[in-house]
Design a binder for this molecule. Structure first.
Ligand code: G1P
Ligand code: ZN
Length: 543
């Protein structure tokens, strides 16, 4: 075996400010591309000589090949040890757990999350720091800087490692420890939740359907829900991960997980339904006849979390991304706990969790999590729900109704306009930004603007400032519309319009969300001129 240095050219890669790199699989498979990015990560974090890293991914096309390349490069760069999931598999939260639990120097996670997989779909890679969370901007900036100057990378000439067998082997001088991807994660879940109570609930005839969407949570959910907790075999649907996720989008929302939604709305619905995404960090929650929005789920979990042993001491605080509905704020206010509003993206929660300022956090985009790892965690949310259901023994719909009766209901929806020409999207934002100062006091239909501003965030832990995080307009009575451009879209610009209306009258708490939000939708159009700017008269995706 011999280490060789390969001459190469800088790559066009990661957008500054993003925590990893997401590209078409073919781009990653292109000559030297993956290698350049891996070397840029290694150099950007000060080299990996003598370090221990966790490596694993969501099993999408190219995951296994890419991991073999990473192993050879880690060995050539002098890494001491790689801890890698069997068959190169690790869900994102399980990787975060291993990074923390084993006291490592961080990890490389291979995933493009809920984006489709396959030779003509998407691939991704990111570095997480020793706290288990996505690298913060000061780290990704260094990695990005290396991608622009890199001229060579180091790689060992070696055979593939057998990743199908659990145990420790060597590649050159580097130790490679192949671990069961599920075991440590399952142990962590068991330390947080009352598994006996959940098992008793399932033994009592309570039924569930978990849609793994042919993605990474299949083995995790089967091991935990079916084997350990006793859910009926087959409760986990689409349980075998496939490189192209069965040809679908592994995105747990009512559009891409429609078969599950249809099941839950039908006459044979089980008591509880849930789904997770490609890499296992997102979740969707349903009850018989009811879809729970991510914002409502976060609020309900915050209200009931102390029923689970891991949260019995109460919550230190809660955090939500700015576009997420204010439902959790109402819980925090009543319970007298701190509530933080952060920019979109999980990395902003990391500081609050590390500092012990928040215990639970979540985003409207189906991400929920806690201080148990530093990523959002789909199966964790499912288990916390099950723990709550096991203790209360009430149906999901009844729990939600009781929640709204106690705290009020925040009707919520997100309207996405995809692949908008960037200059048109920018023109809409420029015009709206200019109009903001004059909006307060103006009426649009029955709604009057109370506040209008552009969200910016001063991190209470490290003092960093994040500007231009979305335009928000609040109405009298608590309604709100937020305009934001996606930071993860791959073609053109994606305009996200977040709509929210607050209802405190119990008689009006069971409307269809789009109906309840009609005035807000109309006001949003009048204020921003979406149609005039983009030529679109309706959103592409409504969630
Ligand atoms: C989207 C979600 C955001 C999430 C991010 C990464 O980002 O909206 O909540 O943190 O994916 O999973 P966006 O495309 O809106 O920038
Ligand atoms: Zn994901």
């Amino acid at each position: 075996m011999e280490t060789i240095a390969v001459d190469t050219k800088p790559i066009e890669g990661q957008k500054p400010g993003t925590s990893g790199l997401r590209k078409k699989t073919q781009v990653f498979m292109g000559r030297h591309y993956l290698e350049n990015y891996v070397q840029s990560i290694f150099d950007g974090i000060g080299g990996v000589a003598g370090k221990t890293l966790v490596v694993g991914g969501d099993g999408r096309y190219f995951n296994d090949r890419a991991c073999q390349v990473i192993l050879r490069m880690a060995a050539a760069n002098g890494a001491a040890r790689i801890i890698i999931g069997q068959n190169a598999i690790l869900s994102t939260p399980a990787a975060s757990n291993l990074i923390r639990k084993r006291g490592t120097d961080g990890g490389l996670i291979l995933s493009a999350s809920h984006n489709p997989g396959g030779p003509n779909a998407d691939f991704g890679l990111k570095y997480n720091t020793p706290n288990g969370g996505p690298a913060p901007e000061n780290v990704t900036d260094k990695i990005f800087a290396v991608t622009k100057t890199i001229t060579s990378y180091k790689i060992l000439e070696a055979q593939d490692i057998d990743l199908s067998t659990i145990g420790t082997t060597r590649m050159g001088a580097m130790e490679v420890e192949v671990v069961d991807p599920v075991a440590d994660y399952a142990e962590l879940m068991e330390s947080l939740f009352d598994f006996d109570a959940i098992a008793a609930l399932l033994a009592s005839g309570f039924t569930l359907a978990f849609d793994a969407m042919h993605a990474v949570t299949g083995p995790y959910a089967t091991a935990i829900l079916e084997k350990r907790l006793g859910a009926k075999p087959g409760s986990v649907m689409n349980a075998v991960p496939s490189p192209d996720f069965g040809g679908g989008h592994p995105d747990p929302n009512p559009i891409w997980a429609k078969p599950l939604v249809d099941l839950m709305m039908g006459s044979d619905a089980p008591d509880f339904g849930a789904a997770s995404d490609g890499d296992g960090d997102r979740n969707m929650i349903l009850g018989r006849g009811i879809y729970v929005t991510p914002s409502d789920s976060l609020a309900l979990l915050a209200a009931h979390a102390p029923l689970a042993p891991g949260y019995a001491a109460g919550l230190k605080g809660v955090a939500r991304s700015m576009p997420t509905s204010g439902a959790v704020d109402r819980v925090a206010e009543k319970r007298g706990i701190a509530c933080y509003e952060t920019p979109t993206g999980w990395k902003f929660f990391g500081n609050l969790l590390d500092a012990g300022m928040a215990t639970l956090c979540g985003e409207e985009s189906a991400g929920t999590g806690s201080d148990h790892v530093r990523e959002k965690d789909g199966l964790w949310a499912v288990l916390l729900w099950l723990n709550i259901l096991a203790v209360t023994r009430k149906p999901v719909a009844e729990l939600m109704s009781a929640h709204w009766a106690e705290f009020g209901r925040n009707y919520y929806s997100r309207h996405d306009y995809e692949d908008v020409e960037s200059d048109k999207a920018n023109a809409l934002f420029d015009a709206l930004r200019a109009a903001l100062p004059g909006l307060a006091g103006q009426s649009f239909g029955p709604l009057t603007v109370a506040t209008a501003d552009e969200f910016a965030y001063d991190d209470p832990v490290d003092g960093s400032h994040s500007a231009a995080q979305g335009l928000r307009i609040g109405f009298d009575g608590g309604g709100r519309v937020v305009f934001r451009l996606s930071g993860t879209g791959t073609v053109g610009a994606t305009l996200r319009v977040y709509l929210e209306a607050v209802e405190t009258d119990p008689a009006r708490m069971h409307q269809d969300a789009q109906v309840a939000l009609a005035d807000i939708v109309n006001a949003a159009e009048k204020i921003a001129g979406i149609k005039a700017h983009t030529g679109r008269s309706a959103p592409d995706v409504i969630t």
